[in-house]
Design a protein around this ligand. Structure first.
Ligand SMILES: Cc1cc2nc3c(=O)[nH]c(=O)nc-3n(C[C@H](O)[C@H](O)[C@H](O)COP(=O)(O)OP(=O)(O)OC[C@H]3O[C@@H](n4cnc5c(N)ncnc54)[C@H](O)[C@@H]3O)c2cc1C
Length: 465
């Protein structure tokens, strides 16, 4: 990093908070590392307050330097790395919980508080924070908001954005601004807070989040339902939802995922072609009633309904990524979503696409939302397999659009899915997407290259004049 840059950044955050960023630095990688995404940051800066973040954005804007906001680095799409150089602004020191009001069901953590700590603090105070993306120990609440992260409980409780009452953000060219607040209703103005949610660091830097929590449910019951075939499994998802049951979780595994993860399943799994992970919650009486209703709805189709210990069940579920990766040394997993009534067709056609390209495939995900982690297994040393995986991805995205789904269910767009929106949205909507980016970030310095609606994108505006 040039000496002047170091000196000026050190004036904002202190010399020891300005780090060099060699290629090997963890700040040049996130969870997309295995897919070859690497950053080339000139510096990593660790501000200790929202005011320092604002000063940093102002400095970047004054010197035409790109700035990439970084949370826990668990994003799967390469969003948190500086693919276009510039500065990585890590929020890891903003870890204060500024407010916690159990009686008002509220918490105001700074952006760097880990998702796990938000969940834990809520629980310790008799409350509940629903979003539970899989890398909770490492991901941060700011990153969850920036990606609008989901997870299994999003079916009943919504994705992260549903819990956000307000945001403190730094907007270009370096102003600290509050969007939203604690008012229970707020229809004044366009919903700028919602624009920030899921914006992946391309519109501003989130420094604190007003979270509206819920009272914790009295009881929960986790179940695994085994079904004979994919077709019957997808039909069962529709029947459960159509019956009026509101499960907190309705995840699925196809036959291949079941086979690969059978050894770590915490009970004796029967032979089956599909499985559902269901969680019911509410008062004890409500859970009991829902359990009876579930048995009734699935009486004709389920092979078995099991109730392993919840902690073991979730440990098994959290292990899918690792187990599936281990089978051939690597996997390429795409996060997509189908309309719920097209889920069965989507899964079947994805398996056919992978088969046509000679790759073993599997799928699991959040069945209640039609959200699929469509996966092909590859040997990382086999170039031809990696190329085939790429082609499977292209055909999968075309299929998703054909069936009226989304090319990004919950993992965002980042760098890896840049331009994918072009197939999904009308040209005017794409124009608006780009105009919003320009309105928030006229110089195109906030996480450049990420979440691009079109690719190649129109030349970035480099000057406000
Ligand atoms: C094993 C595993 C399981 C996962 N399971 C799920 C899942 O079930 N559901 C799900 O939705 N996701 C899942 N993810 C993806 C990931 O955990 C989420 O996207 C998470 O919300 C990212 O948070 P983070 O703090 O790590 O963000 P990062 O990876 O650091 O950043 C992600 C994006 O957000 C931006 N960003 C981060 N912090 C800020 C900020 N303060 N202000 C502005 N922009 C910011 C970055 O620039 C980047 O574009 C999983 C990831 C892994 C590795």
């Amino acid at each position: 990093m040039p000496a002047t840059m170091h000196r000026e950044l050190a004036r904002i955050v202190g010399a020891e908070r300005v780090l060099e960023a060699p290629a090997s630095s963890p700040y040049n990688h996130d969870a997309a590392r295995r897919r070859g995404v690497e950053g080339r940051a000139e510096a990593v800066v660790l501000p200790g307050s929202a005011a320092e973040v604002a000063a940093l954005v102002a400095w970047c804007y004054a010197h035409d330097v790109a700035l990439v906001a970084r949370g826990g680095g668990t994003g799967m799409m390469g969003g948190a790395v500086a693919t276009h150089g510039g500065i990585v602004c890590s929020l890891e020191r903003l870890v204060r919980v500024r407010e916690l009001e159990p009686a008002l069901w509220r918490m105001l953590p700074e952006a760097g508080v880990s998702t796990r700590d938000v969940q834990r603090l809520a629980r310790e105070n008799g409350l509940f924070f629903g979003p539970d993306p899989g890398a909770c120990e490492q991901s941060q609440i700011g990153g969850n908001v920036a990606t609008n992260a989901g997870g299994p409980h999003a079916l009943k409780y919504g994705v992260t954005g549903a819990w956000v009452a307000g945001l403190e953000v730094v907007l270009a060219p370096g102003e600290l601004v509050e969007l939203g607040g604690w008012a229970g209703k707020d229809v004044a103005g366009y919903d700028l807070k919602s624009l920030m949610i899921g914006s992946e660091g391309t519109l501003g830097v989130i420094t604190a989040v007003r979270l509206r929590l819920l009272p914790a449910p009295q009881a929960t019951l986790a179940l695994v339902v085994f079904l004979p075939t994919r077709e019957q499994g997808c039909a069962a998802i529709g029947e459960l939802l159509g019956s009026g049951l509101r499960p907190a979780v309705l995840d699925f595994l196809d036959s291949e995922t079941l086979a690969m993860t059978a050894a770590s399943y915490p009970a004796d799994a029967p032979a089956a072609g599909f499985a559902l992970i269901v969680e019911l919650d509410g008062t004890r009486a409500e859970v009991k009633d829902q359990r009876a209703e579930l048995s009734q709805v699935l009486a004709a189709s389920a092979i078995a309904v099991q109730e392993p210990a919840a902690a073991e069940l979730w440990r098994w579920r959290d292990g899918f990524n690792g187990v599936v990766t281990g089978v051939r040394g690597a996997k390429v997993s795409e996060d997509v979503a189908f309309p719920i009534e097209r889920l069965g067709e989507g899964l079947e056609r994805f398996a056919q696409i992978a088969g046509r390209h000679g790759l073993r495939s599997c799928a699991w995900g959040h069945g209640g939302e039609g959200n699929v982690h469509a996966t092909v297994l590859v040997d990382p040393a086999e170039e031809a397999e990696l190329d085939a995986a790429q082609e499977v991805g292209e055909e999968l995205f075309a299929l998703v659009v054909e069936l009226g789904g989304s090319v990004a269910g919950e993992h965002g767009v980042g760098w890896l899915k840049r331009g994918r929106l072009e197939a999904q949205w009308a040209p005017r909507a794409l124009d608006l997407h780009e105009e919003i980016k320009r309105a928030f970030d006229p110089k195109g310095l906030l996480n450049p290259g990420k979440k691009l609606a079109r690719y190649p994108a129109p030349s970035p505006v480099t000057s406000t004049e």
